[in-house]
Design a protein around this ligand. Structure first.
Ligand SMILES: NC(=O)c1ccc[n+]([C@@H]2O[C@H](COP(=O)([O-])OP(=O)(O)OC[C@H]3O[C@@H](n4cnc5c(N)ncnc54)[C@H](O)[C@@H]3O)[C@@H](O)[C@H]2O)c1
Length: 424
């Protein structure tokens, strides 16, 4: 979406062209008998043109680029790719609250225009937030956007992000995650954008035997989603060897929760529900959209026999992004796990979900699902000591209650998107 001053400039130039063609055709049709007036007409046209150019030059949009297209001392302009999505919209909200200038770029293939509208209503002032509808797979458009905007940093969230879907459609994942990250990185390099915060995942570790997972744990991803993210990380790491870019790679664990003020929430497309995550399934069960929850595997060597995962609240996660942005240093690359450091069993999660929703959700216990690993949780020591970040919202009941409150108030999510989904 174009900034308003940009639109007025575009219109002014069109008017200029229209005026010129009108005056030419007027001359073409001129009666030869009126040649005596010819000189007068030329003088008049020249005077009008001079006046028009003067007015154009005095218009603020002629001399001053839009606030998004120029760097401004004391203002950090962050490009948030995937900012219409769950985590990206929460990150944009936090950045805007912290006085950053934000451009959201999203193709709305999975995100919600409604989330952008909420942000625009909260921050309507000029130069705070702009939304650009674009597909990161379209290299030409991405380059144009980078050439028209003065970004100081990029938070690259945009991605397809479901493990199950990635096994069914791996090429979509390699294209959307790996190839698009290359497009972003190339645009950043070509346009001198010096800071990158990259959304990675614990899925890049695969099935490590030793818990907790540190940043030194070898990465052996086992599905196309994890592999595509690992490849994107490798591209960034290789590029960084000969670059002074400041890079932070954040490997998230299982993200839950939503904005504590109830402005934003998680609202995946209905067709993606089957690939969905545990909190989405829990809310769907509480709302009666699905008959209940299926817990797969009760004989793991864990405290209650169900799998153990590390659930990180989205408010803490975006806080880690802001800290990473603040601490990013030129020519330095930082890789961090973003988790609580504490594993919770699936049974524990389901109980928290029942408490938060107040619904006695029906639970079926089934045999293990092949490929699921018993226990995954992070060691967050590095991010604590280097970025001074620690998870604060570690009460599952509270995180789920906040998310449930938003869900109940938004039974239709953000409503029907007004733009058609773009191809990924
Ligand atoms: N949600 C989690 O638990 C989790 C865990 C680990 C990592 N991550 C990572 O966090 C990031 C955000 O995930 P999310 O849960 O918010 O997902 P999401 O689907 O809610 O948001 C992704 C956004 O990216 C946009 N997008 C996708 N492809 C695009 C393209 N080609 N061009 C422009 N926009 C595009 C979508 O429209 C959507 O708005 C992803 O990179 C994901 O891999 C998420």
């Amino acid at each position: 979406m174009k900034d308003l001053s940009m639109l007025s400039f575009t219109r002014t130039r069109t008017q200029q062209r229209t005026n010129r063609s009108l005056s030419l055709s007027a001359m073409d049709l001129e009666d030869p008998k009126k040649k005596t007036n010819f000189l007068g007409n030329i003088i008049m046209a020249a005077a009008l043109t001079a006046l028009f150019i003067l007015m154009l030059k005095q218009s603020p949009s002629f001399n001053t680029p839009t606030q998004f297209s120029r760097h401004e001392a004391g203002v950090t302009h962050v490009l948030v790719t995937g900012g219409a999505g769950y985590i990206g919209s929460h990150a944009a909200l936090r950045l805007l609250k912290d006085s950053y200038r934000v451009t959201i770029m999203d193709n709305l293939s999975r995100g919600n225009l409604g989330a952008i509208k909420v942000l625009q209503q909260l921050f309507p002032q000029s130069g705070r937030l702009q939304f650009i509808y674009a597909d990161l797979g379209d290299k030409k458009s991405v380059n144009k956007i980078f050439s028209e905007n003065a970004f100081d940093a990029v938070m690259h969230f945009a991605a397809v992000a479901y493990v199950g879907e990635s096994t069914l459609d791996p090429l979509k994942y390699y294209h959307n995650i790996t190839s698009n990250t290359l497009v972003v990185l190339e645009a950043m390099a070509a346009h001198g954008v010096k800071t990158l915060i990259y959304s990675s995942t614990c899925a890049t570790y695969g099935e490590p035997e030793k818990m907790p997972i540190t940043e030194e744990t070898p990465q052996h991803p086992i599905n196309p989603y994890g592999k595509a993210k690992k490849m994107a990380e490798d591209i960034i790491l290789d590029f960084h060897k000969n670059s002074d870019m400041a890079v932070m790679i954040l490997r998230y664990f299982n993200v839950i929760g939503s904005d504590a003020d109830g402005m934003l929430g998680e609202s995946p497309r209905p067709e993606l529900r089957e690939h969905g995550r545990i909190s989405g399934a829990c809310f769907d069960a509480a709302r009666g959209i699905i008959p209940g929850l299926k817990v797969r595997g009760t004989d793991y060597k864990t405290t209650d026999g169900t799998c153990i995962r590390d659930y990180i609240d989205v408010t803490d996660l975006v806080d880690a992004h802001v800290k990473a942005l603040e601490k990013a240093k030129p020519s330095h690359i930082g890789v961090y796990n973003v988790g609580t450091g504490r594993g919770r069993s699936v049974k524990e999660f389901v109980e928290a979900c029942k408490t938060a929703t107040g619904v006695p959700i029906k639970v079926d216990f089934l045999p293990r699902r092949p490929g699921d690993y018993a226990e995954v949780y992070s060691d967050p020591t590095k991010i604590r000591s280097e970025l001074n970040w620690t998870a604060k919202h570690t009460n599952l009941n509270e995180s789920l209650l906040i998310a449930w409150t938003w869900q109940k108030a938004h039974l239709d999510g953000y409503g029907t998107p007004q733009l058609m989904s773009a191809q990924i």
